[in-house]
Structure formats: structure tokens, C-alpha cells
Ligand binder design. Structure first.
Ligand code: HEC
Length: 217
């Protein structure tokens, strides 16, 4: 009886682990856009000061260009790609502490991109831009998490700016630094650092939210 129970438990535990591995990558048939999804995620989470950029070049990896990222990728096979291994490692995954590990959705985005051939050009469909209703929780957090919070969160955010909380974002609006930096205006440090400009649609959403009073909505 006990032996049977033990066998059943092992079976269930195995299923659980198989299930949790498989769910890291979900083939939902979505075409992943390198410029606006994958590249900003990698820039934000891997190229901050002291990490994989052209100056620090930690582990001889510079992820500030598509070519640099492709050195850790086997197109068509996420499970044979060092980039995937690093972000999903069961112990000490990248980015290392105190940075947060990538979310399941972010890992899925990167895996899908690799599985779809790791193309870096012409992967983006025309963006459907709806700015009729814009709010902090429904529109802005997803933009910041996709392109900014790898650098701008935690106990020691870059530039002293935390974009992972409403209070932090609001104080950047109050200081008047955010719109100039995302629009790459002179007199501001262009953001995202190391990366390409946010899409016109994302900028329009942030501008609209600011113009409506930057509410915690
Ligand atoms: C790779 C890391 C990194 C990423 C990604 C990044 N930032 Fe920054 N950010 C920095 C650093 C470092 C500074 C401080 C720069 C300085 O003072 O020279 C900074 C400064 C800023 C500033 C102040 C700029 C100024 O001119 O005063 C703003 C605003 C800002 N970031 C917003 C953003 C936003 C919004 C995003 C995402 C769209 C973003 N950042 C993505 C690293 C990053």
C-alpha cells in the first residue's frame, strides 16, 4: 500500500515538473516582433551597467546589438540556445540578483522568437494603435515592464529612477524628465538606454496619460 502510494507520488511529481517545464514555452502562433518586443526586453534586463554591454562586456557578451544577441541563440531551437538556458536556469537564473528574473510571459516571448527563426528584421506587423482609453494600469505598466524596468526597478534603480511603481513614474513626470527622454529630445538622456526608441504608439499612450494628469488609474 505504502509502495503504491510512493509510486503514485513520484508519478505526480514527475508530471508536475514536466508540466512546469513545458509551460515555459507556449506556441500560441503569435508572430513575435523583434524590434518592439524582444530587443527592448533584452536591452532592459541584460545590458544595464555592469552587465552585457559594450563597455562591461561581462562573459564577453554584448547584447546591445542584434548580432551580439544572436551569438547566444540557435535559431529555430530555443532549448538549444544559451540565452534560453540562462533565463530559465533553475538555480541562479539570469539576470542575477538583485534583479528580478523574467516573467513567464517574457520567457515565452523570447522562446517564440527563437523558435520562429530568431529573425531580427521585418518581424513586426503594423501596430494597431488604440489610444482612445489610456490608463496607468492597463496601458503604461506593460510598456515600462517591456522596455524599462530591467534597469529602473529594485533597491538601486539606474539613474535613481524607479519605473516599477506608480510613485516612481509619477515623480519622473513631476521632474519633467520622462517625455523628453523617450522622445530623444536634446538636453535629455535618450531612453531606453542602449536601445531603440519606443514605437510612436507607445509614446502616444504615455503622452496622453501625462496630459490627462498622470493619474493612478
Ligand atoms: C539599459 C538600462 C536602461 C534602460 C533599458 C532604460 N534606462 Fe532610463 N536610465 C538608465 C540610466 C543609466 C540613466 C541615468 C543616465 C544618466 O544620468 O546619464 C537613466 C535615466 C533615465 C531618465 C532621466 C533622463 C534625463 O534626461 O534626466 C529617464 C526619464 C529614464 N531613464 C526613463 C526611462 C524609460 C521610460 C525607459 C524605458 C522606455 C528607460 N529609461 C530604459 C538606464 C536605462
Amino acid at each position: 500500500m505504502t509502495a503504491k502510494w510512493a509510486l503514485n507520488s513520484i508519478f505526480l511529481i514527475t508530471l508536475f515538473f514536466l508540466g512546469s517545464c513545458a509551460s515555459e514555452y507556449i506556441n500560441d502562433g503569435r508572430q513575435v516582433c523583434f524590434d518592439q518586443e524582444v530587443f527592448p526586453l533584452i536591452i532592459s534586463n541584460c545590458t544595464q551597467s555592469g552587465c552585457h554591454n559594450s563597455t562591461d562586456n561581462v562573459a564577453r557578451l554584448d547584447y546591445t546589438s542584434p548580432e551580439g544577441i544572436l551569438k547566444s541563440v540557435r535559431p529555430g531551437s530555443y532549448s538549444n540556445s544559451k540565452l534560453y538556458d540562462a533565463i530559465t536556469a533553475p538555480f541562479s537564473p539570469m539576470p542575477p540578483k538583485p534583479f528580478s528574473r523574467l516573467t513567464k510571459d517574457q520567457i515565452t516571448t523570447i522562446s517564440l522568437w527563437i523558435e520562429q527563426g530568431a529573425h531580427t528584421k521585418d518581424t513586426c506587423m503594423a501596430e494597431v494603435c488604440d489610444t482612445s482609453f489610456v490608463s496607468y494600469n492597463s496601458s503604461l505598466t506593460v510598456i515600462f515592464q517591456g522596455a524599462c524596468t530591467g534597469c529602473h526597478s529594485g533597491s538601486n534603480p539606474q539613474g535613481g529612477i524607479d519605473l516599477n511603481s506608480y510613485a516612481g513614474v509619477k515623480s519622473t513626470v513631476t521632474s519633467g524628465r520622462i517625455l523628453g527622454s523617450i522622445n530623444h529630445e536634446s538636453g535629455y538622456v535618450p531612453m531606453p538606454q542602449n536601445g531603440i526608441k519606443l514605437s510612436a504608439c507607445k509614446i502616444a499612450k504615455i503622452e496622453k496619460w501625462v496630459s490627462q494628469g498622470a493619474l493612478n488609474n
